[in-house]
Design a protein around this ligand. Structure first.
Ligand SMILES: Cc1cc2nc3c(=O)[nH]c(=O)nc-3n(C[C@H](O)[C@H](O)[C@H](O)COP(=O)(O)OP(=O)(O)OC[C@H]3O[C@@H](n4cnc5c(N)ncnc54)[C@H](O)[C@@H]3O)c2cc1C
Length: 379
């Protein structure tokens, strides 16, 4: 076991850190206030080769096939702006599914678009099917060599009035047999019948658009199937397995970002004639935050390293622990700011709201506990 990053990993981490600190951080508050899409950030990340990091060079990508580098990039962005990290991460998730399960034609069509910055998304959730994906109602009915899709997906990230180019959509192809009757399709935003429904007004990550994906008599060729017929749930779980490392990476970034804000503020704020950081009570808060962030980081990078090697790993453990750690760190960091932390003048107010989603999307903490418990009991 080694705790050393490679030269390449370090240089990409440094490049992303530099860009995030110089450019992304300065826009984070305005993006939160306006809820606008952070186009400059995504353009900048594309210019650096980060948005298309894992896409092979023949498709216009950077060709860095490395889960650890991906995790480090998301962490650096999340330290500065959780909305931007979420957009990047969902794009990585959708791209990962296409790279792992796409046919030659699907890759040739969508990977160059993804590399160009046309955003991908992942559409599993429906109003009646959240934690329980067995409750999907979106139907895909065969018609000759095509399928006709009907249904509404909700809470779909990277989908807004302007944003979102292509989506991995899981739909029911054989009703009555549960998750084995679901299939994954690659659906293009430009297909007739595809539209963006309600765009959500969210508590946090306000720059990351989340909307309903409405599918009305959308005709897709059978060549749009990802993997095989009946593999929809399996593909979704495979995608979410990697996605959980992404959320855990966002969480680590948010946790480290919150610690930095707490250290800065507690060193500057003077009460009782000394900086508040001179009080052991607050130092212990910082120590508590630091150890949780470090444990989250280790679990996340362990999961990334194992996935990279194709070895089994419980990514749910990293997602659960890191998201809880991020919320814990933001809560204590806000407490350290006292009343000022409750005001929008300090970034911790935004970070506290941004962090809250980490315990919910791509599987709630409760669902992660179910997955971890199952793995523990299996031995
Ligand atoms: C901002 C945002 C972005 C999202 N992006 C996407 C996206 O891009 N694509 C996508 O497909 N989905 C997306 N989602 C959906 C997200 O993954 C779901 O919200 C999440 O999985 C939980 O589903 P639910 O909201 O229906 O809650 P429910 O499943 O209704 O759960 C409600 C509560 O019950 C608990 N619960 C449920 N079942 C159990 C059980 N068996 N044991 C114990 N507790 C249980 C849950 O943990 C939770 O606390 C997004 C959601 C949000 C809010």
């Amino acid at each position: 076991m080694t705790f050393q990053f490679t030269e390449d990993q370090l240089s990409i981490q440094e490049m992303v850190r530099d860009y995030a600190e110089k450019e992304i951080r300065s826009r984070a508050d305005e993006i939160d206030k306006t809820g606008r899409f952070p186009k400059e950030n995504m353009d900048g990340l594309r210019e650096l080769g980060v948005l298309q990091l894992t896409i092979p060079e023949e498709y216009g990508g950077t060709g860095v096939d490395d889960e650890i580098t991906k995790a480090l990039a998301v962490m650096e962005v999340a330290k500065c702006c959780a909305s931007t990290a979420e957009i990047l991460d969902v794009h990585y998730l959708s791209t990962d599914i296409i790279m792992r399960k796409g046919t030659f034609e699907q890759k040739a069509l969508y990977l160059p678009q993804a590399a160009e910055g046309k955003l991908g998304g992942f559409a599993l959730t429906e109003p009646g099917a959240g934690s329980d994906a067995g409750g999907l109602k979106t139907k895909a009915e065969r018609d000759g060599d095509s399928y006709i899709l009907n249904g509404t997906k909700c809470f779909i990230s990277n989908l807004g009035p302007e944003e979102g180019n292509h989506f991995v959509v899981v739909a029911v192809t054989e009703p009555g047999i549960g998750t084995k009757g679901t299939t994954a399709f690659l659906v293009d935003r430009s297909m007739p019948g595809v539209s963006c429904g309600k765009t959500e007004d969210k508590m946090g990550i306000r720059g990351a658009a989340v909307s309903e994906l409405v599918l009305e008599d959308v005709r897709v060729p059978s060549s749009a199937i990802l993997g095989k017929l009946g593999e929809g749930f399996k593909i979704a779980m495979m995608g979410l397995d990697g996605g959980r490392i992404g959320i855990a990476s966002q969480a680590c970034g948010v946790a480290f970002g919150a610690i930095a804000e707490a250290v800065k503020y507690s060193g500057e704020r003077v009460q009782f004639g000394k900086p508040i950081s001179a009080n052991q009570g607050l130092q212990w808060y910082l120590a508590d935050m630091a150890v949780r962030a470090e444990a989250a980081w280790l679990l996340t990078l362990k999961a990334a390293a194992l996935r990279q090697q194709g070895l089994p790993c419980t990514t749910a453990m990293a997602k659960w622990y890191a998201s809880e750690a991020a919320c814990y760190c933001c809560d204590l960091a806000l407490q350290i700011h006292g009343g000022y932390g409750y005001m929008k003048d300090y970034p911790i107010e935004r970070m506290y709201r941004d962090a809250r989603i980490l315990r919910i999307y791509e599987g709630t903490s409760e669902v992660q506990k179910m997955v971890v418990a199952r793995a523990v009991m299996k031995g």
